[in-house]
Design a protein around this ligand. Structure first.
Ligand code: DX5
Ligand code: ZN
Length: 214
């Protein structure tokens, strides 16, 4: 069964704790937390203090997506704030081996994300060392963008590269009831969705639709 990770980027920040509780109640499997630094992407969101403050609101794992040029400076803070999986971008410019070691040292699961233009084969050296690949189906930075169809073939390619290694495939950007089934068919284990879930009340119906249960 595919897992659904609602992105709180599309939540009502004035009621963030309640939103997280509502997402858990609606059947979410993980909470996806988009951290943007205004450099790696042209947008800003929030830091580790927000993650710490919503941590008591749910038992669900926190899937923290760091869209930053200097994740090494912030990984310990996000780990301490309650992240369960920390995902860095392959294109961030920092040394991947060091970042993987740092996340593991904090005892957290390791994810690497790739922008739509990055070759999947660039992930090969890292696949034996990580837990998850986050395939971007839009340019990171904003919620509500249209799904790029090329992501389907990229997921299938990644699935082949992973083979029997225990690496999950997550897909992020433009996920809705129409785009989700092809992602799952191609091999996605986790669907990240912001505007589709948070923009459609009740959340339980949107989450069930992504799981193919509606
Ligand atoms: C984009 C973020 C996504 C985003 C997805 O930069 O990484 O997690 O919130 O939003 P939707 O589902 O609206 O495309
Ligand atoms: Zn994300």
């Amino acid at each position: 069964m595919v897992l659904v990770a609602p992105s709180i980027l599309s939540a009502d920040f004035a009621r963030l704790g309640q939103e997280v509780r509502a997402l858990e109640k609606a059947g979410a499997d993980l909470i996806h937390i988009d951290v943007m630094d205004g450099h790696f992407v042209p947008n800003l969101t929030f830091g580790a203090g927000v993650v710490r403050d919503i941590r008591p609101c749910t038992d669900l794992p926190f899937d923290v997506h760091l869209m930053m040029t200097n994740p090494a400076d912030f990984i310990p803070a996000f780990a301490a704030a309650g992240a369960d999986c920390i995902t860095v971008h392959l294109e961030c410019g920092q040394n991947m081996a060091d970042l993987i070691a740092l996340i593991k040292k904090e005892g957290k699961r390791v994810g690497i994300s790739v922008r739509p233009g990055t070759k999947m084969s660039d992930l090969i050296p890292w696949l034996p060392m990580i837990d998850l690949v986050l395939v971007m189906a839009v340019e990171p930075g904003f919620g509500g963008q249209a799904f790029q169809q090329e992501a389907i073939a990229r997921i299938a390619t990644l699935k082949e590269l992973i083979g029997r290694k225990p690496v999950q495939i997550s897909v992020d950007g433009g996920i809705n009831d129409v785009t989700a089934p092809a992602c799952v068919l191609a091999g996605a284990d986790i669907l990240v969705a912001g505007s589709y879930i948070l923009g459609h009340k009740p959340y339980a119906r949107a989450i069930a639709a992504l799981k193919g249960k509606a």
